[in-house]
Design a protein around this ligand. Structure first.
Ligand code: R5P
Length: 317
């Protein structure tokens, strides 16, 4: 049987229903009816509350904290959709948790980013839609099509509108420098790089060197995610010690540990700009944190995937 092509269905788990609602507003459709909860034995249960036979189903669920619960709920939703005879299932994972565990760089460690890809495929996902993976190569962990969007234009447009002069874009570690260079080009600014070394497997990092001209400039750090805030706050400190006048930050994913917002509030940053790929609770917001929405970006990509149109064309000038 053919897909019921004009029947696009969007569902949300419990990770970020607010984003899913905004995506549905963009698409002009109601959010699909479903329920997902835990029994007293901690087992997750899911039920799709409407007919999805042969429909084109999108399930929006970032695998942010609580990562294991959100991931398991997503897998179970996919299974429920598959068993309800959905025509095609796309896992929409705005923030792909476990993406940082993407290589065997020590003896006897897992590649959990790959394991999660296998789990999603085994559950029945036909496609994956995501934003700003920790490393682009994670796309290759999947044997199903992956569309990776980027929130970079949303972040750079915001800073273009601020018209900051003497700007320098700063990569807070070498790993993000290629993407930071693209941001620098888009803002017509030079690039500086901070050499950072991780200390073991805990979440602390040691800042080493600022490479590039920053003295007297306004710095904008760019990263894929903020967890503890240690990387960006240490970067801000190093930049101020190297003579920057003001320092701003932008990052796609606000993964935010409990202590991150306070650390940011007390930091040297004028402003830290993130997107809503993961929810930012009211408790985690403060005067320095600005959240921009990716809902229309995701909505447009979902529309194009559904209609068989190019997603890449969204990013061509
Ligand atoms: C690391 O490679 C990432 O790009 C981020 O810099 C890192 O995940 C941020 O973590 P935290 O905020 O805990 O320093």
């Amino acid at each position: 049987m053919d897909l019921v092509i004009d029947e696009l269905k969007v569902f949300a788990g419990n990770a970020h229903p607010g984003l899913a609602k905004s995506v549905c507003e963009y698409l002009g459709i109601p959010l699909g009816q479903s329920e997902a909860f835990k029994f007293a034995n901690d087992n997750t249960f899911v039920r799709i509350l409407e007919n999805i036979r042969q429909r084109d189903v999108f399930i929006i669920q970032p695998t942010c904290a609580p990562a294991n619960d959100n991931l398991m709920e997503l897998l179970i939703m996919i299974d429920a959709c598959k068993r309800a005879s959905a025509g095609r299932i796309t896992a929409v994972i705005p923030y792909y948790g476990y993406g940082r565990t993407d290589k065997k760089d020590q003896p006897r460690v897992p590649i959990t980013g790959r394991l999660v890809a296998d789990l999603l495929t085994a559950a029945g996902a036909d496609r994956m839609l995501t934003l700003d993976l920790h490393a682009g190569q994670i796309q290759g962990f999947f044997n199903i099509p992956v569309d990776e969007l980027t929130a970079t234009p949303i972040l750079t447009d915001y800073f273009k509108s601020k018209e900051l002069s003497d700007l320098v874009v700063v990569a807070p570690d070498v790993g993000i420098s290629k993407r930071a260079r693209d941001v620098a080009e888009s803002l017509n600014a030079p690039l500086a790089i901070i050499e950072k070394r991780r200390l073991g497997n805990n979440d602390s990092a040691e800042m080493l060197n600022v490479i590039g001209e920053v003295d007297g400039k306004v710095a904008l750090t760019f990263d894929d995610e903020i967890l503890t805030g240690g990387t960006i706050v240490n970067a801000a400190q190093a930049l101020v010690e190297s003579g920057v006048r003001e320092v701003y930050c932008c990052a796609t994913h606000p993964v935010f540990s409990k202590t991150a917002p306070k650390l940011i509030e007390n930091s040297q940053f004028q402003e830290v700009v993130v997107t809503d790929t993961a929810p930012v609770s009211d408790d985690n917001r403060n005067g320095k944190i600005k959240v921009l929405s990716v809902a229309s970006l995701l909505g447009e990509a979902i529309y194009r995937i559904h209609k068989g149109q190019s997603v890449g064309a969204m990013f061509n000038d």
